[in-house]
Design a protein around this ligand. Structure first.
Ligand SMILES: Nc1ncnc2c1ncn2[C@@H]1O[C@H](COP(=O)(O)OP(=O)(O)OP(=O)(O)O)[C@@H](O)[C@H]1O
Ligand SMILES: [Mg+2]
Length: 490
């Protein structure tokens, strides 16, 4: 199968087979064509050429209706649920529509929903609005919806990015359970350890081509990385060498009622302070306070020796604090604007000539620079963000805030959805930035990421600091176990 978007050849000569009751993982770098492949099979994009064979029926191209009839279901990352509708309605409505029902039978809606939830062994309140559920539970609703439409093959495009470890385990168990019921799952993920845990077969994409299919018993993480990137990837380890120990940012007994309490720390030039903990630890809320988006109830924020209270992000940015937010779709960028416009947005004053007229060449130069240094895979800087692959959108958001030259750079889960190879580059950039004197706060769940980048670490749990590790503590052999023990402590 072939598929291009303008000048971008997203899929080249890809052949891919899924057997019944098979768990088939699909891995590859950002922009290697994974999501495009899924959308082509599901009837969202017509392929340029090739053939799609579903249950023995051949289609030169398939439309969404045909794909659903053949039992193809996709669980996209945004899950495409109706937030204000109930669990039962979300699970059963598509089936009613697929069956061309003209009358809605509420009792039947509840029955269909209850049956699907039971099939995956989960109990959720049928009458709860989906917007009140956790991401993990919304995902289960999406899976039940797929099952109610008689799915034979479910594609899951990066289903685990926003889940905690426990939630990931539950999802993987459900995937195994679907397999035991004869349903096939194609699972896309950048977390290679997960992939190997459940897969029967692993396929690797690189630059729109399939490198190969491997039985999961024959693969290991190193080899997958090598085939995905064509090189060996090693994360650089950060060492602070800065001589000036004056604090840039001091946080003293900071509290936001019900969100976090009594948090204190100091970051100096060249520090990369890690903030870790399980979901609900209060890290994001804390970051939002520092960025003027979540008022504090008590405590102090001292920036370069002066106490500050930010009530808007504008004030925070003006004072030299930047935040790369957790959720790029809603907070990080303008999806329907170009790369150029996105990276220029926070620094328009620097992009203007005297008199306040925007200098288009300067903007283009800055965008070209960002694309080059962060290795964004794209046809060009005029591409709208919504047409970039997920991981490449993340790189643009990162580039946008790094470009503001902040005194304090807060990164909230900056490599979610980013492939292993690009992580290496992003880490190099973060470290270079710190080495030049920026004070960095890195919020992350990934222990390898923290160990590569941070020279100090704070572990939070349910809004409180439960552990502090300085650089020497971070170099001991059992540091992973220690961090896990702190996260799980009571
Ligand atoms: N609607 C579109 N218009 C133009 N280009 C597109 C569109 N969708 C995808 N592309 C391009 O096709 C290529 C493959 O993108 P795709 O989303 O399939 O990658 P991916 O493997 O899913 O990456 P990621 O891991 O980052 O999600 C990329 O270069 C992307 O920019
Ligand atoms: Mg993708």
């Amino acid at each position: 199968m072939y598929k291009s978007f303008g000048a971008v050849q997203a899929l080249k000569n890809v052949s891919f087979e899924v057997a019944p009751a098979e768990i088939h993982c699909l891995v590859g770098e950002n922009g290697s064509g994974k999501s495009t492949f899924v959308k082509t099979v599901a009837g969202v994009h017509p392929p340029d050429s090739g053939e799609i064979i579903l249950n023995g029926n051949s289609y030169p191209k398939v439309n969404v209706r045909e794909a659903i009839k053949e039992g193809i279901q996709v669980i996209y990352q945004d899950l495409s649920l109706f937030p204000s509708m109930t669990v039962a309605e979300n699970i059963a409505t598509n089936r009613m529509i697929a069956e061309n029902r003209r009358f809605i039978n509420w009792k039947e809606i509840r029955e269909i929903a209850a049956k699907q939830l039971e099939r995956i062994g989960v109990s959720l309140d049928l009458d709860e609005a989906v917007e009140n559920l956790s991401v993990a539970n919304r995902q289960l609703v999406a899976i039940c919806r797929a099952l109610s439409l008689d799915a034979k093959l479910i594609f899951m495009d990066e289903p685990t990015t926003a889940l905690t470890k426990t939630e990931v385990d539950r999802l993987l168990n459900i995937v195994l359970d679907l397999k035991s019921k004869g349903i096939s799952v194609v699972f896309i993920s950048h977390k290679l350890d997960e992939v190997m845990e459940v897969a029967d077969l692993v396929s690797i994409f690189r630059d729109g081509e399939k490198v190969g299919d491997f039985p999961s018993s024959e693969v290991n993480e190193k080899m997958l990385v090598y085939h995905m990137t064509g090189r060996k990837v090693e994360y650089p380890r950060y060492n602070r060498t800065y001589k000036d120990d004056t604090p840039v940012l001091e946080v003293k007994n900071l509290t936001s009622n019900g969100k976090y309490e009594d948090v204190s720390f100091t970051v100096r030039k060249g520090d990369i302070l890690g903030l870790t903990g399980l979901l609900g630890a209060g890290r994001t809320e804390l970051a939002l306070t520092l960025f003027g988006l979540n008022p504090q109830d008590s405590g102090k924020i001292i920036l370069e020796g002066k106490e500050r209270k930010f009530t808007t992000p504008y004030q925070a940015i003006k004072s030299g604090i930047s935040l790369v937010p957790e959720n790029r779709q809603t907070q990080g960028c303008y999806m329907n604007k170009s790369i150029t416009d996105n990276v220029a947005a926070p620094i328009l004053d620097r992009m203007a000539n005297g008199g306040g007229v925007l200098n288009v060449n300067k903007m283009k130069e800055h965008a070209e620079d960002t694309v080059k240094t962060l290795r964004v895979v794209t046809a060009g800087i005029s591409t709208e963000l919504q047409n970039l692959s997920g991981g490449n959108q993340q790189k643009v958001v990162l580039g946008k805030w790094i470009g503001t030259n902040p005194k304090v750079l807060i990164l909230d889960s900056p490599t979610v959805g980013v492939d292993v190879g690009s992580k290496e580059e992003i880490y190099q950039h973060i470290q270079k930035f710190a080495a030049q004197g920026t004070a960095v706060i890195l919020i992350s769940d990934e222990i390898p990421e923290i160990l590569a980048n941070c020279n100090k670490l704070i572990v939070m749990k349910k809004g409180k600091v439960v552990g502090r590790l300085e650089s020497d503590d971070l170099n001991v052999a059992d540091v992973r176990d220690r961090i896990h023990a702190l996260m799980d402590s009571n």
